[in-house]
Ligand binder design. Sequence first.
Ligand code: NAP
Length: 375
Amino acid sequence: MICFSVQPTTTKTPSATTSAAQTSLIPHNNLHQLSISSFPPQRHRSRRRLQVRAIDAAQPYDFEAHLVNRFVQSTKLKIAILGFGNFGQFLAKAFVRQGHTVYAHSRSNYHSIAQSIGAAFYSDLNDLCEQHPDVILICTSILSTETVLRAVPLQRLRRNTLFVDVLSVKEFPKNIFHQVLPSHFDILCTHPMFGPESGKNGWQGLPFVFDKVRIGDEDSRINRADTFLDIFRKEGCAMVEMSCAEHDKYAAGSQFITHTMGRILEKMLLESTPINTKGYEDVLNLVENTSSDSFDLYYGLFMYNKNAMEQLERLDLAFESLKKELFGHLHEILRNQLFGKIEEGGLRRPKLAKLPVNGTPLLLPPSESSSNDSN
Ligand code: NAP
């Protein structure tokens, strides 16, 4: 920035033949004096001197600094988080740490929590949308997603705003986005496969699943989606691009089963002992990890993933089969105790080497069956 001061002076003009105003910058006592000769030339004309009082130290670099600033701005997003509960706050901390602007909205009032994180809380969705965020991030419970999305005043947003979700099921939000959002909005479905407990020591190596469901062709829209994904890349997540349907298939067999086991074990009220094995420590950690998540989340994993019911049935069958295997062995021992003497005395009972798999007809070992046949 340059500051000028004007000093009117009266000087005798030399025979000036200039046909236009002349200016010159004269260094003087560490200041710069800018002289302006006015037109037309006069014998005694007033000469006004402009004195430069200060020059911004960074003047030669202003343009460069401006460019750098513009570049930095282009890598920063305005992210509006809808659903500022457990997981929303957890994500907001990372977004703020990486220099993004975070707006938050939730059913409950999280004004002071948002403030402590460095985010701005808007209890009115209209006000939030009028900030024209680049990204609307849906972070509500799975069960309330549709209601929350339908309440967003879409007309207050920029027409191509990017909608992202982080729900633990993926086909469901994808379908809701398609139903509710006009085609000019972009859609990115994601699932960070970690939470405030499992990701408390950093996200390095933790899987982040995403599906670019609908991203417009323009460079700016492609870059915006990539900039959002970069947040997780920079934190060291293992980025996995896969379809929402594939995600739900894998997640039912892994995440839903993990949560189910954690909740079953929680009901057993397990306690730490003075002789915990490493395996038991892992079991206690599993209980701690899953019990810190809301029941809404667990119920959402079940209700809104069509593969979950099949996995629950498989778990049930596996448990039944394991019990049968255990009780089968026990039965054999009891039989020996009860009937052993009689058998020694001559009455031979058929023996099964193994408990047959469910539904398989009982087959005796060949030697026994042939001896029985001969009876
Ligand atoms: P959650 O119980 O699944 O969701 C809590 C959030 O949903 C809160 O922001 C809550 O708002 C909001 N909410 C609940 N019922 C609502 C309703 N009827 N109307 C409006 N808002 C409602 O717990 P979460 O752990 O924070 O998870 C949030 C999302 O992230 C879920 O979709 C979950 O699947 C996903 N996710 C979670 C984890 C994790 O480890 N926790 C990991 C990956 C993805 P208020 O607090 O204002 O009531």
